[in-house]
Design a binder for this molecule. Sequence first.
Ligand SMILES: Cc1ncc(COP(=O)(O)O)c(C=O)c1O
Length: 432
Amino acid sequence: MLYSNIEIHDGRLFFAGVDAAGLAKKHGTPLYLFDEQKIRENCRKYTDALKACACPNSAAVYASKACCFAGIYKIIAEEGLCADLVSSGEIYTAKKAGFPMERAYFQGNNKTDEDISFAIDCGVGYFVCDNFEELEALDEIAGKRGIRQKILLRVTPGIDPHTYDEVATGKVDSKFGIAIETGQAIEAVKLALSKKNLELEGVHCHVGSMVFDSDVFFRASDVMLGFIKEIKNICGFEAKTLDLGGGYGVKYYEGQGEIDISANIKAVAEHIAEKSAELEIKTPSLRLEPGRSIVADAGITLYTVGSVKKITGYKNYVSVDGGMTDNPRYALYGSKYTVLTANKADKEASLSADLVGRCCESGDIIQPDVKFPADIQRGDTVAVLTTGAYNYSMASNYNRVARPPIVIIDGGKDRVAVKRESLDDLIKNDVI
Ligand SMILES: Cc1ncc(COP(=O)(O)O)c(C=O)c1O
């Protein structure tokens, strides 16, 4: 099978050792399922490789944007990861879940004064500062609170990861960070160093997502180490930390490329250590911010089929009870997925149809041109694999559709981690 947590027994799909269609009956659909041991295994790929790597005191920072709910913070805290948080909402969730906030990194290209104050009050360990205005505002607010705030400075190394434009963030013309090439990044470093309430720890970049090209982090680290050297020469300041962001790719379908994350981390860290020696700078500690590769293959989504529409001579549709509200990724990026019929998993898949949702949008397609068993019908359970990242966190209430629950499976037992939204939840802020 494509994934180690997917098996088929007696024609039924088992996820993390549990009958998927049975869970669909028990919890209803649409339903997000997560495999806790897979999340932990994915975390350890990073923590083990970073602990043993050539850059001292290195650490992994879970990018919460991939999937944020209270229960995930207990898992990543236990696994020793830090957390990348991009909004007051993510900060609040992590804090309420008991996450050690000194291990939190506050990211984002537009932090409001309220966000900054809230993050400081919550004890966020680091700010990843994105622009000049933020440096000024943070210095002022930190000063009023009588603290010195640790920061990293986000810069753009001018690297094209050759993945998708929507997720390429490290190019010079990106809305994120400050460009090295234009000379603006060194000015931002000077500004940060001049602020008495800011403590610059190092530099940050993120080149993009779905990276399979093992060379991308080598190229990014070359540019970033060159910049660290420039900072040393011009400002006499030696950066302690180099954060290369997230971005390792994940396998969504058979035949897709793969990258050995542990081996790549080891090689990138060795490269950083060698290059640092060459440049006569201290080897910085390395931070990586994986999101997708922690949760994507730890999640699947289950749906119930409502109709099978065969438009004679044209095309076929299998409609389910979710759609772009719980998984907007095909609509946004044309993302590919593997789809199985959970209660007919061993039947020959001979019917070609688009798997579509229930929203009033023709673009509400979960996956086009899927192969289903010829007898697929209303009531069958469809499973879309690898939906753990950027599904729940991107879900919406379009058409006032309630968001599905999250159920975590561990040791053959299932537990609700996020409840299904009720109709009352949907109108709770409406003034009636
Ligand atoms: C700054 C930053 N860090 C980490 C990530 C996580 O990337 P991924 O989920 O591809 O690992 C992102 C994703 O956009 C990001 O913007």
